[in-house]
Design a protein around this ligand. Structure first.
Ligand code: ADP
Length: 467
């Protein structure tokens, strides 16, 4: 639970909410309180100063004079003489006796210019803000003025504001909590589902993540689904490949075994026959080693483990060399081998050995699957692309086989291919090598008329040193 990403995010968002909301609430409260208390302070102070100023001008302070002053204000003004005797009637609201308590007058008697404070009437619960100032006569203490401002309603308002602020904050926190929980649940649920799906995929089970959104989580879900398809294809491919390999290995091995046993048991009648068996053993072992080499090459390439050594390669020289290598075989079959290379061809930055392997493979196939006619090797440049075409006038490939011709172990006619020593991996290797060397390969074929393989490689200009 605590390790869930949703919970962690939720907790973080909540913490942020609290960090912002709590100080905000305190700030609102402080601002309200300060504004009002500043206002009350100022008005009470003003009233007290005015009362003092007026009363100090009076030769004798009378209750009537005070009452007149009082009528101008909502606040209570308590006036007392230097003996503490209360002169204003309104004072009876606050003081039951005629004299004011020492605690109120002592600070003024001791020379204090003014003092302020708040008090609450226990009986009524009313709150007052007060300020006291001395009345002076000829610079000497002659009594005092105490202005009491009733701030009860304001306190009630303040409390109301506090109450609503607190309520709003609690509501906001609650909403934030619910929202966070919802979001984190929505966020972590697909992640939990995806984790479960990836575990299943790892175990080899066929499963799919339900993609419900188009956001990052949706994209992640789709990627997992793609990965699952890829992985399943890979698994299928691998087991198919293993099945194919063991099948392909079985045939030459059984030939080897069979003919070796014939020779061992002396089951031949002439030297001629013995030679024939030995020849079969020889061809089959060549086939076997070629098969092993092809499987090795292909798997290395598919795993991306094959290393390529690229350098500037003279393509003209390479193509002519490749043609020379199949020339003898073509001659033996009475096939013409036409080489038409555009002059001059730019050097290509590639792995010469692998490049030659592609060309020889295609030329050998052309010779193998052609009974009469011509094998043509053409090379030319088209824009910044090197084009190579290898065409023959041979058996061609049936239209239904063309799309699968580059698949591993795909053969058009199994029995016929055996005679030609093919492994069914040649074209798969050719395609993989071509792509590894940044090229493309395409095939065009008409049954009983011939086949053309087209290779194209981008020509990158590379730096040469002129010295
Ligand atoms: P193999 O080693 O058996 O020749 P390849 O992968 O090279 O395997 O070729 C696969 C199949 O494609 C062959 O079995 C053959 O039927 C067909 N093929 C390849 N090249 C040609 C061609 N030039 N003409 C006709 N068929 C061809």
């Amino acid at each position: 639970m605590f390790n869930r990403v949703g919970f962690k995010w939720g907790a973080l968002i909540m913490a942020l909410f609290l960090i912002i909301l709590v100080p905000l609430a305190v700030l609102i409260d402080r601002i309200f309180a300060n504004i009002y208390s500043d206002y009350v302070d100022a008005s009470v102070e003003k009233l007290a100063t005015r009362a003092v100023m007026q009363l100090e001008q009076e030769p004798v302070i009378t209750s009537d004079r005070i009452d007149l002053m009082l009528s101008l204000s909502d606040d209570a003004i308590i006036v007392f003489d230097k003996n503490g005797k209360i002169l204003s009637r309104s004072a009876y609201e606050f003081f039951e006796q005629d004299t004011i308590d020492a605690q109120w007058r002592e600070p003024l008697e001791n020379g204090e210019k003014s003092y302020t404070g708040s008090r609450t009437e226990n009986a009524t619960g009313a709150r007052y803000h007060y300020v006291a100032k001395p009345l002076l006569k000829a610079g000497k203490y002659n009594g005092g003025v105490l202005v009491m401002s009733n701030v009860t309603s304001w306190y009630d308002t303040m409390n109301q504001v506090r109450y609503w602020t607190l309520r709003s904050i609690l509501m906001a926190i609650l909403l934030a909590f619910v929202y966070t929980m919802l979001v984190s649940w929505k966020l972590s649920r697909p992640l939990v589902n995806m984790t479960a799906a990836t575990r299943k995929i790892a175990k080899g089970q066929d499963t799919k993540v339900v993609v419900a959104s188009k956001d990052e989580l949706g994209v992640l879900g789709e990627s997992i689904n793609d990965l699952s398809v890829e992985l399943n294809n890979y698994r299928k491919n691998r087991s198919e490949l293993l099945a194919n390999i063991s099948h392909e290995l079985r045939t030459p091995v059984s030939y080897l075994q069979g003919y070796a046993q014939l020779i061992e048991n002396g089951q031949y009648h002439s030297d001629e026959e013995l030679k024939k068996y030995a020849h079969i053993i020889d061809t089959e072992s060549v086939r076997l080693s070629k098969l092993i080499q092809d499987v090795f090459d292909l798997s290395k390439m598919e795993e991306g483990m094959m290393t390529f050594y690229k350098q500037a390669v003279d393509i003209e020289e390479l193509l002519e060399g490749a043609a020379d290598k199949v020339q003898l075989k073509a001659q033996q079959k009475n096939l013409a081998l036409d080489v038409a290379i555009q002059q001059p061809l730019q050097d290509l930055e590639t792995d010469g050995m692998r490049f030659e392997q592609i060309i020889i493979n295609l030329l050998q196939n052309a010779v193998n699957y052609t009974q009469q006619g011509t094998i043509t090797l053409r090379a030319f440049e088209k824009k910044a692309t090197l084009m190579i075409e290898i065409s023959d006038t041979g058996t061609g490939i049936p239209a239904e086989d063309v799309p699968f011709i580059f698949d591993r172990f795909h053969r058009v006619e199994k029995s016929r291919v055996r005679d030609k020593g093919g492994t069914g991996l040649g074209l798969a290797i050719v395609k993989a090598l071509t792509e590894a060397l940044d090229g493309e390969i395409a095939v065009e074929s008409v049954e009983n008329q011939g086949t053309t393989f087209r290779l194209s490689f981008p020509i990158h200009t590379f730096s040469t040193t002129n010295d």
